[in-house]
Design a protein around this ligand. Sequence first.
Ligand code: ISE
Length: 335
Amino acid sequence: MTDLRIGIIGVGLMGADHAERVALKTSGARLVAVSDPDTARASALADRLGVRTVNDPLDLIAADDVDAVILASPGFAHAEQLHACLEVQKPVLCEKPLTMDTESSLRVVEAEHKVGKSLIQVGFMRRFDPEYAALKKLLDSGDLGRTLVLHNVHRNRTVPDTFRSEMIVRDSLVHEVDVARWLFDDEIARITVRAPRPTSLVAEGVLDPQLAVFEMANGAIADVEVFVNCQVGYEVRCEAVGELGSATIGLGVDVLTKTTGHWGGSVPDDFRVRFGLAYDIEMQRWVDAAKCGEIDGPSAWDGYAAAAVCTAGVESLTTGLPVEVEMVRRSEVLG
Ligand code: ISE
């Protein structure tokens, strides 16, 4: 089978990482073009990888030699770019968030349904991480009985100054929203987001860390500590508590070293390190599926559900009170 020719929109941290992944590590795929408002950044990457740049992202989507698209542009650009991909019926791997709000995410789900093909996969990479995948398999096996509680920790060393309180919900906490929906195989009915005393190491008014509680439709509960300027490194943990036992992933126990008076290991600097393998697996599976006209991972519906939960989460952050998640029924949209 011929290579899937891929164009990438947005070559910041994640897009550049994906560009290298497609160009150098993914089989059956070929990077052909990149687009970024920062044209110098796009050109430098394109030169290094031997591909071309396209200034207008919509031209990249329409280009005859682009079979599939990766959106690593900022969330606010996604809606227009996703609709453009649907228009020309090209598979798209869209980094989260799907879009910035519930309504626009629903419009995307409806538009894809109208096309009649699953073209959109959302980049919730934790689902591809071998540790998370093993946890999912264990929970689904029933060996721990019914899962009752999830405890999650999500810490970044630092984030850029542009990362305000609302972004912590929509860009960071959104990962655990997807994890809870996926591991419980259920929707989140109600969310509470509280902010304890903020770290003094961020700009005035930024609520970091945040503590969230997700109440699942089936009555189970997940809690999350998200702390994106923790200073230490990238740490993501999840403990599932079942009726018959518990299971924890993300302890980061790799190589344990001992030197005079010390023992320990290393903490990854960011998500590209911690989830590097997950991204590789995600990309290969997306490419393989796209060539068969399918997706193999979180769908536009999952992106919509996450957007609905985050919208409620942002509202809860302002009052500290629980907020019901407002979503249409899946059958109403997808039949
Ligand atoms: C970033 O966009 C990610 O997706 C990372 O996984 C997350 O940990 C980080 O907080 C976000 O900024």
